[in-house]
Ligand binder design. Structure first.
Ligand SMILES: C[S@@+](CC[C@H](N)C(=O)[O-])C[C@H]1O[C@@H](n2cnc3c(N)ncnc32)[C@H](O)[C@@H]1O
Length: 202
């Protein structure tokens, strides 16, 4: 990744990318009731948050959330949406593909009860997320899957995972659920997805 990628994503967000996609990830909505720890405000990090449909969903339910994205334009739009709803959200502009990427700056906001990586493929980062979770914390990940089907998502297959690839990337966590196949989004559009929920041993 590079300045060119940052510019590309910034321009997409200036052009209104994803503004209409307000629904949270169906995977997150389904699992969230089971993920919050008891007795304290839960904490989450949303990696490659974009304008924060999932960040906002978590924050509205009382989670303290840290949003990370390469696009400062997206994070600015997220900040404005959060302010409108009086939600406090930490934001870290960061290129998660800058060489040998370190997560120290993100770890400083944690450790987290939940890390989510939704519709962004970065297997090395997924492999290292156990380090920023509390014992018993969860990882919820969803990547576009390689397919011949007519679906939404990247046309460049490099930005999709092969069958089994997302599961294989997870290290040090117990995978408690996973799925690969075609999913219909709440807006009726079809996506080919690899999804998983994993838990760090307590
Ligand atoms: C398809 S969007 C998904 C956004 C959000 N997770 C969601 O589900 O709505 C992919 C996101 O990845 C971010 N992204 C792309 N490359 C990145 C990188 N190298 N580091 C951090 N974020 C990146 C983009 O800015 C964009 O917000």
């Amino acid at each position: 990744m590079s300045q060119a990628d940052r510019d590309k994503w910034n321009q997409r967000y200036r052009d209104g990318a994803y503004v209409a996609r307000k629904h949270p990830s169906a995977l997150l909505a389904k699992w969230l009731p089971r993920l919050a720890p008891k007795g304290r405000p839960p904490t989450a990090v949303d990696l490659a948050s974009g304008i924060g449909r999932n960040t906002l969903f978590l924050a509205r339910q009382g989670w303290r959330v840290c949003a990370v994205d390469i696009s400062e334009v997206a994070l600015g739009q997220l900040a404005a949406a959060a302010e409108e709803e009086n939600l406090e959200i930490a934001r870290i502009p960061k290129d998660l593909e800058a060489g040998d990427v370190r997560l120290d700056d993100i770890a400083a906001e944690g450790p987290f009860d939940l890390a989510i990586v939704i519709r962004y493929t970065n297997l090395p980062v997924i492999a290292s997320l156990g380090d920023i979770l509390v014992p018993g914390g969860y990882l919820l990940a969803e990547s576009h899957l390689v397919t011949d089907a007519d679906v939404i998502g990247p046309t460049d297959q490099r930005f999709r995972v092969a069958p089994g690839e997302l599961r294989s990337a997870v290290t040090g966590l117990e995978i408690i659920a996973s799925y690969e196949g075609i999913v219909e989004d709440p807006d009726r559009r079809r996506a080919a997805l690899a999804q998983l929920v994993a838990r760090k041993p307590a």
